[in-house]
Design a binder for this molecule. Structure first.
Ligand code: NAP
Length: 287
């Protein structure tokens, strides 16, 4: 049996249409939405990610304000810019594309962003809200995964969930969201012993490792739902952390790469930006 394909691209298009209506309605009331995007240095991958975010903004009628800074930018100048954007009432969301060039401290930049404008939800205050389970913003990738699971009717309550990867931006918050939805969650990482056996117990397996086709069919239980967060460039093509060909013969549902988690990550960033604007305009939560 072939797994159902979880189509993140189609779902993101649907969600963007709904979100555009919210942005249009806000504009009718004279309320604009603006995302400031800071890109330091000339990392080509970061350049592509930023260009995609600007494209998404344009599609939805959100203003994107780019700040492209040279790789040798000083920490204090970056912090001064963040401070200016924090104070600027016409800026609703602030995003600093990571990774930063060496010599710049990403943790300090993240901590300097006003938590109400922190659309990546990386600020320690927002991370704390997520731990407690009361939040406005969720980190884009794990939130996008939850939206896909919900849309495809994947029940989480009581299910064995295994998250491979424990980064602050994907693995850890992913585990927390599954836990909040009553999953029984195991988090694995590079020091995990018996990874294959643990993965094989998963009803829902989320892979955020960064190693092409690392998760093979023998690591997947029959009928599992497999979410592939990995984005690896191999011979000029994108490929995930999961051996899609083999695993899709065993899983009940699986996300493709590209066209799975990536588009939903982008969509949630737009939702967070609209949410930030609504909070600043004191409108409550529109999305
Ligand atoms: P990361 O910070 O490099 O974290 C990778 C995690 O995988 C770490 O926790 C690491 O364990 C674990 N790991 C590495 N090798 C392993 C192994 N052999 N066995 C078990 N665990 C292992 O990466 P990330 O930022 O979370 O991103 C993960 C992947 O998702 C990347 O391919 C990235 O490009 C992709 N990504 C995609 C999106 C999207 O929108 N689709 C968004 C973000 C990231 P340790 O902690 O022990 O080192």
């Amino acid at each position: 049996m072939m797994a159902q394909i979880i189509d993140g691209k189609a779902l993101s298009l649907q969600k963007k249409q709904e979100l555009k209506k919210t942005v249009d309605a806000m504009r009718q009331k004279g309320l604009t939405v603006c995302l400031a995007v800071i890109l330091v240095g000339d990392d080509p991958a970061s350049g592509v990610y930023v260009a995609n975010k600007e494209k998404d903004c344009a599609e939805l009628g959100i203003e994107s304000r780019p700040y492209r800074l040279p790789a040798d930018t000083k920490m204090e100048d970056l912090l001064t810019l963040v401070d200016q954007l924090n104070r600027d009432p016409s800026v609703n969301g602030i995003l600093c594309q990571l990774p930063l060039p060496s010599g710049l401290n990403a943790d300090r930049v993240i901590a300097a962003i006003d938590p109400r404008k922190d659309v990546d939800a990386f600020h320690p205050e927002n991370v704390g809200h997520i731990m407690i389970g009361r939040y406005h913003f969720l980190p884009c990738t794990p939130a996008g995964v939850m939206k896909m699971l919900d849309h495809y009717g994947v029940e989480i309550r009581g299910k064995r969930c295994v998250v491979v990867g424990r980064s602050n931006i994907v693995g850890k918050p992913m585990a927390m969201l599954l836990l909040q939805r009553d999953g029984t969650v195991t988090v694995c990482h590079s020091k995990t012993k018996g990874l294959t056996e643990i993965c094989r117990e998963a009803d829902i397996l989320v892979c955020a490792i960064g190693r092409p086709r690392f998760i093979t069919a023998d690591m997947v239980k029959d009928g599992a739902v497999v979410i592939d967060v990995g984005m690896n460039r191999v011979n000029g093509h994108w490929c995930g952390d999961v051996d899609f060909e083999a695993v899709s013969g065993k899983a009940s549902a699986i996300t493709p790469v590209p066209g799975g988690v990536g588009p939903m990550t982008r969509e949630v960033l737009m939702e967070n930006t609209v949410m930030a604007a609504a909070l600043q305009y004191d409108m409550g939560e529109p999305v």
